[in-house]
Each structure stands twice: as structure tokens, then as C-alpha cells.
Design a protein around this ligand. Structure first.
Ligand code: ZN
Length: 481
């Protein structure tokens, strides 16, 4: 092991990234976000190397993971014959030395989220939280060290190839489109300790300076157009919709309006100032509808993830398996030990959809005085809305998705196209209705029959006895369209 190879990979965030500090899952305050970015001792945003290593390890083919990234192997006592369980750690060949973030000339942004009460169709109490986000364009350098016996090693080629095909996803919120990044360059510096030059370099420099002018560029984005491909679309393509009336997805913040004593409730915009429908909105609306469809058709046991009388998502049903789930920390009784964080990431990925060709207007609203009639004093408020415009819904997946969920999603999307469900705020005031563009409408009409057949087959499989229904009306009263 006389040659030390240092690889420096440079990545760029193509969308907002959320890397929350683990110590931040505490009592929220009005002064700081509930999920602030992880920061180093100097207050600069910082990305723990483990966040990237996990993603890179996951990208490695199963049979090479142990060889490249190490493992912890447990041998049970019975298989060893001596009755003792043993744990063996295998060291990682690829060592991750560290990371460095370079922020573009753009401010950190915050995004608020809340859960929606399924009965009131309004935001649920105590679920509002905001997370701090790294802006798109943030650059990230990652240093890797690999020790080998020779300067030219197949191991280096393997790791470079691995990096080139990698779709780095950084930090949290992956299934709602956060943390998407692209690899720009990979530099390689071999330091041969058996040569005076190599030894001199190793002993006199350190840290980032180890990768100096003698490094060679072994991968460059320009030569590999667009980098690694995105995760595949669940339905083979993006689904275009248009805004039927007006849309309001608020930021939770309001801007002051000169000369008026009421603020203006602003809509969510991306870093280019384009209004967006965030991935989390798509995910929430479609998950709620899929749960509703599966529950009301009586197929399988599906939990109601934001119902009041349950402890949130169950973690075992097919919807939790596809959309992901988490233990809700706010549910612990006062004196009890808080539960260990548990959960699983979903298989479906929803990204932010910019609204193109829309017009932002300000609409005024006022509350009505129920006693005297007419407008109530001091109750005038204004909100921004996007009118017209079109959006593309991107539903991607990185693991196989059950036919049952695909079928329910087709029906949920049909409901969305029909205007039965809407996105964003004020859906009871006629906001948030989308209409399918011709391509989407055609696709929905061809998929609809398949979806109904699939759900019916599952229904027959789960309810084999066709005898008299002991509880009339329980299973079919809310059959979807
Ligand atoms: Zn569940």
C-alpha cells in the first residue's frame, strides 16, 4: 500500500437541498426554522460526508458494496457452533475524507409545510414546520482516499465509473424533490510514496491542497451530456396539466403593502422567481387520494396517515411502503420516553413543478360579519394567485411500485383531472383545480380500464366470500369514479 489516491468529486445542486442538523429535531421556535441546515462550528452550512457516502454506497452494485464501502457482518451463535453472537466490522476501502460547500450568490431559502386535515380540507393544527434549504447552484466538493499498491489500479477506474453513473441525492426530502445534484468533475491525484516527489507532496501538504496541479481530470460533465439519467418516470412520461382557474400555494409569509394595513399572502416561487407547485404538495394530495380510494373500495388494510385517532402512518401497509412513513414525534404522552425515530423512505419521488405561462394576480377577500351582514371591519386580506399557466407532474420511482398503487394513482389522477380534488390552498373557494392537457387526458382514458380491472382483481382476491354482506354499505359507499 504505497500509493495513495485522492479523488476530488465536484457536484452541483440542481434543485434546493435540505440537509437538516440532527440536533435540530427539538422544540421549534419562531426565531429559527424547525429544520435548520446543519452548520459547522463557524456557522457555515455544512454537509456531513456520511450523507453522501450513504448515497454512493447505495448506488454501488450489491456484490461490490462490501469490498468498496465495508460492512458490519453479524454471525449468530448457532451458525458458529459456540453459542456466541459476533459482530465483525469490515473496513471501507474507499475513505471519505470530507466535504466542502460553496454557496452561490443567493440567499438560503425556507420552505414551510403542513399536513392537511382530510375532513376540514384545511391545514391541521401543530403540523406546520419549515425547513431551511440550500439554493440550487450550491457547489459541493467531496474528497475520497483509496490506498493501493500500484499507480494504475483497476479499483480507481471502478470508483471513477461509479461516480460517473451516480445520481447524487443529498440530504432529506428526496421523495419531494430536494437535494438533486449533478456530478461536474472528478479529479485524480496519485501520490506514490515510494518516489521522493510523492513523499515530499504527502509530507508537506495536507487537506484540500493534496489535490494540486498534478491532478488529472478523469471525468467531466461536458463530455457526458447531462450526467447520469434521472430516475425513470412511473408512467413513462411527465403528465402535463393546466391550471383551470387560479392556484394559491402560499409560503406562509406575507409581504407588507405600502399604505394598507393588511399584508399580502405570497405564493411559493423557486429561485428563478417562477411560481411552483412543490413536490410535497403533489405527494400529499395524491397520497391522500390513493389512501381514500383503497380504503373506500375495501382493498387491503390501508392506514389514514393524518387521521386524528391514529398515531400517524402505520408503516406496514402498501401505501406506507410506497410513499414512505415516519413515526410522529409529537404524539408521545407527557411523561413518556420519546419514541426512537423510525420510518422508511418512499419509492415514489415527486419534484417541484414550475408554472409556465401563468399570470400572477392579487385577489382581495374579506370575511363576512355573520351578525350584521356585510363585510367585517379589519378582515380584508389579499393573496397572490397564479391564473392560467401549465405545469408538468413528474412522478418518478427508484424501486418497483405495486400494480395496486399504480392503479389507485391512475384513479387519483383522474379525480385530479376531473376537478374532484385540487392542489394548494382555498380548494373550497374554487382554487387549485387542474385540467388535463390532451396528452394526459388520452393517457388517462386508456389507463382507466386497466386500473379498474386491477383494483377489481385485488378486491376479489382479498374478499373471497361473495355471500350476503353483513355490513351493508360499508364497502361500496364511496366507490371512486
Ligand atoms: Zn400505512
Amino acid at each position: 500500500m504505497s500509493v495513495i489516491h485522492i479523488l476530488r468529486a465536484e457536484l452541483e445542486l440542481t434543485g434546493p437541498g435540505a440537509v437538516a442538523a440532527p440536533e435540530a429535531h427539538t422544540v421549534p421556535s419562531v426565531l429559527r426554522p424547525d429544520l435548520p441546515l446543519a452548520r459547522d462550528g463557524w456557522g457555515n452550512p455544512y454537509l456531513p460526508a456520511t450523507s453522501l457516502t450513504g448515497s454512493l454506497r447505495h448506488h454501488t452494485p450489491q456484490h461490490r458494496r462490501q469490498a468498496l464501502f465495508g460492512d458490519v457482518v453479524r454471525t449468530t451463535g448457532t451458525s458458529r457452533g459456540n453459542g456466541r453472537d459476533e459482530t465483525t466490522a469490515i473496513a471501507s476501502t474507499v475513505r471519505v475524507l470530507g466535504t466542502r460547500l460553496t454557496l452561490p450568490d443567493a440567499p438560503l431559502s425556507e420552505r414551510r409545510r403542513t399536513a392537511v386535515d382530510r375532513h376540514r380540507a384545511a391545514a391541521k393544527a401543530t403540523t406546520l414546520h419549515n425547513r431551511e434549504l440550500l439554493p440550487p447552484g450550491t457547489e459541493l466538493a467531496l474528497w475520497l482516499r483509496i490506498d493501493t499498491d500500484t499507480t494504475a489500479s483497476p479499483l480507481i477506474d471502478e470508483v471513477v465509473e461509479l461516480l460517473a453513473g451516480w445520481r447524487p441525492r443529498i440530504g432529506g426530502g428526496r421523495t419531494t424533490g430536494h437535494g438533486r445534484a449533478e456530478l461536474i468533475t472528478v479529479r485524480h491525484r496519485a501520490i506514490d510514496l515510494s518516489t521522493p516527489e510523492g513523499l515530499h507532496h504527502w509530507l508537506t501538504t495536507g487537506g484540500p491542497a493534496l489535490v494540486d496541479d498534478h491532478a488529472t481530470v478523469v471525468h467531466e460533465r461536458a463530455h457526458h451530456q447531462g450526467g447520469a439519467p434521472d430516475e425513470p418516470h412511473l408512467f413513462g412520461t411527465a403528465l402535463p396539466f393546466r391550471i383551470a382557474d387560479a392556484l394559491h400555494i402560499g409560503t406562509g409569509a406575507s409581504a407588507d403593502r405600502p399604505g394598507r394595513n393588511s399584508g399580502l399572502s405570497q405564493i411559493l416561487r423557486d429561485h428563478d422567481d417562477t411560481p411552483i407547485i412543490p413536490g410535497s404538495t403533489w405527494k400529499g394530495v395524491l397520497r391522500a387520494r390513493v389512501e381514500f380510494i383503497l380504503r373506500s373500495t375495501g382493498i387491503g388494510d390501508v392506514c389514514a396517515s393524518v387521521e386524528d385517532n391514529t398515531s400517524g402512518s402505520c408503516g406496514t401497509c402498501v401505501v406506507c411502503g410506497t410513499f414512505g412513513w415516519s413515526e410522529r414525534p409529537g404524539r408521545t404522552p407527557d411523561n413518556a420516553e420519546p419514541p426512537k425515530t423510525a420510518g422508511a423512505r418512499g419509492r415514489l419521488l415527486f419534484t417541484d413543478s414550475p408554472v409556465h405561462g401563468g399570470e400572477v394576480r392579487v385577489r382581495n377577500h374579506v370575511a363576512i360579519d355573520r351578525v350584521f351582514g356585510g363585510a367585517r371591519d379589519e378582515a380584508l386580506y389579499a393573496e397572490e394567485t397564479v391564473e392560467d399557466g401549465h405545469v408538468s407532474l413528474h412522478i418518478r420511482h427508484d424501486k418497483p411500485v405495486a400494480d395496486l398503487i399504480r392503479a389507485a394513482l391512475v384513479l387519483a389522477l383522474t379525480d385530479l383531472a376531473d376537478g374532484t380534488i385540487g392542489v394548494g390552498g382555498g380548494t373550497t373557494r374554487g382554487y387549485g383545480t387542474l385540467a388535463a392537457q390532451p396528452a394526459t387526458a388520452d393517457w388517462l382514458s386508456t389507463e382507466h380500464a386497466w386500473a379498474v380491472t386491477t383494483l377489481r382483481a385485488h378486491h376479489n382476491a382479498t374478499r373471497p366470500a361473495p355471500g350476503p354482506n353483513p355490513d351493508p354499505g360499508s364497502a361500496t359507499q364511496e366507490a371512486p369514479a
